[in-house]
Design a protein around this ligand. Structure first.
Ligand code: UD1
Length: 417
């Protein structure tokens, strides 16, 4: 088992380069199932979640070759239609293979993902959409099977702008007969990136990045080359790292347009932020202001930045309220932050954070991906030494995080027990 050791109290300063987006890479890699031709995806981060999706693509019949962050996906003689439990249980995003396989083969069998630490996370919206496109669903031994000899276009309204459902349905609809309209679609930048990739493959998608997406089905998609967008959550995490350590960090290779909510809130809290093309500079003094946030689908404040924001608010003067509206159980980090000295009270889907003058190092356990990032930030700001367990969560979503933090001056190392 591995753990991360951090001795806190060091101001971060210098330059950090942002990696490609995990949440854009996963659906784009999966979308290559829609063609037999070669696809090349560039700027893919080296992460455990990417390894999991590549393992799934191999099982389904794709051949993968890596050259650094450039991945070539080619076809073998077959394309399987089953996403097995062993991989879906590792990573919920594995269910994204349903859309392209259904569109391509007219059938798919996938393990149901079940709940996860941050909420029940059902896939009812995915399934309702697939049914509207003409698929029949049957359930057996924890698997769902979808069959549709030929999908047809449909008007689909999502009760909630689910990122995964929008991506799955968009991919399936590229191969449906006729026109599909997804209303109340998610508008995250990762969805726009996926649509750009699909359009390069020959799909006809309009409106991605807004709440109404129109897809005109086509009969064939071809290979293409694409570079994924920068990771906006990694960017936001480094922005908060600079602020919480009273540091001065230049973040390069980012897309500031994707972070307007986080930039606005950091400025409201008193951090100094300058944006210049693809670079974001964050400089922060002590005594930031307590600033409320509410997580909302894009362009609102991202739920994937909520835990990191809570660390920052733990060290401000005054009281702030953090409200989580996207997931029902995303405060698992609170208990660990309390062990480091935070004063946080959870009431329903809000956390009331009373700022304290300092946090102190402690052994803590990461419970999910973004919670693990929050614990790293808390440890960087805390007095003394923190040991973070459950590091595998971190490796799912942050490329080279220790190396990047070390270059900014952090005292951080990973040790094997
Ligand atoms: C994606 C992101 C994740 C991010 C989340 C919200 C990836 C790989 N992951 O996850 O990092 O935190 O968006 O921005 O891109 N829901 C339903 N029924 C459904 C589908 C979703 O009720 O059929 C609910 C979920 O339980 C959750 C909410 O909708 O409460 C948001 O989920 P969704 O947007 O689907 O998140 P993911 O695509 O799983």
């Amino acid at each position: 088992m591995e753990k991360i050791l951090i001795t806190g109290g060091k101001k971060l300063s210098g330059m950090v380069k942002i990696s490609g987006s995990k949440n854009a890479s996963l659906p784009i890699l999966v979308a290559t199932l829609l063609t037999d031709e070669d696809c090349v995806v560039k700027n893919v981060p080296h992460l455990q979640d990417v390894e999991t999706i590549l393992a799934l693509l191999r099982i389904l019949g794709k051949r993968i070759s890596h050259h650094n962050k450039r991945i070539r996906i080619s076809s073998t003689y077959r394309l399987d239609s089953e996403a097995p439990y062993e991989l879906v249980k590792k990573m919920r995003a594995s269910i994204l293979v349903m859309g392209p396989l259904l569109g391509r083969l007219g059938r798919v069998r996938a393990s149901l993902p079940g709940g996860c630490a941050i909420g029940a996370r059902p896939i009812n919206l995915h399934l309702r959409g697939f049914r509207k496109l003409g698929a029949k669903a049957s359930f057996e031994r924890g698997y769902v099977q979808l069959d549709a000899p030929r999908l047809h276009g449909a008007n689909i309204y999502l009760d909630f702008p689910s990122v995964g459902a929008t991506e799955n349905l968009m991919m399936a609809a590229t191969r449906a007969r006729g026109r599909t309209v997804i209303e109340n679609a998610a508008s995250e930048p990762e969805i726009k990136d996926l649509a750009n990739f699909l359009n390069k493959m020959g799909a006809k998608i309009k409106g991605a990045g807004t709440n109404i997406i129109e897809i005109e089905g086509v009969s064939v998609l071809s290979g293409t080359v694409h570079e994924v967008i920068p990771d906006r959550i990694e960017t936001g995490t480094f922005m908060v790292a600079a602020a919480v350590t009273v540091g001065n960090v230049a973040i390069r290779g980012a897309d500031p347009e994707h972070l307007e909510a986080v930039i606005t809130k950091l400025r409201e809290a008193g951090a100094k932020i300058t944006v210049n093309n693809k670079e974001i500079k964050v400089t922060s003094g002590k005594n930031l202001r307590a600033t409320d946030i509410e997580t909302i689908p894009y362009p609102g404040f991202p739920t994937d930045m909520q835990a990191q924001w809570m660390v920052l608010m733990s060290l401000t003067k005054g009281t702030s309220i953090i409200t989580e509206t996207v997931f029902e159980n995303r405060f698992l980090h609170v208990g660990e932050l309390q062990r480091m000295g935070s004063n946080i009270q959870v009431k329903g889907n809000s956390a009331i954070v009373k700022g304290v003058p300092k946090l102190s190092g402690a052994p803590v356990m990461a419970t999910d991906l973004r919670a693990s990032a929050a614990l790293i930030l808390a440890a960087l700001a805390a007095e003394g030494r923190t040991e973070i367990f459950g590091v595998h969560h971190l490796d799912r979503g942050y490329e080279d995080i220790e190396k990047k933090l070390k270059r900014l001056g952090a005292r951080i190392k990973r040790v094997k027990e």
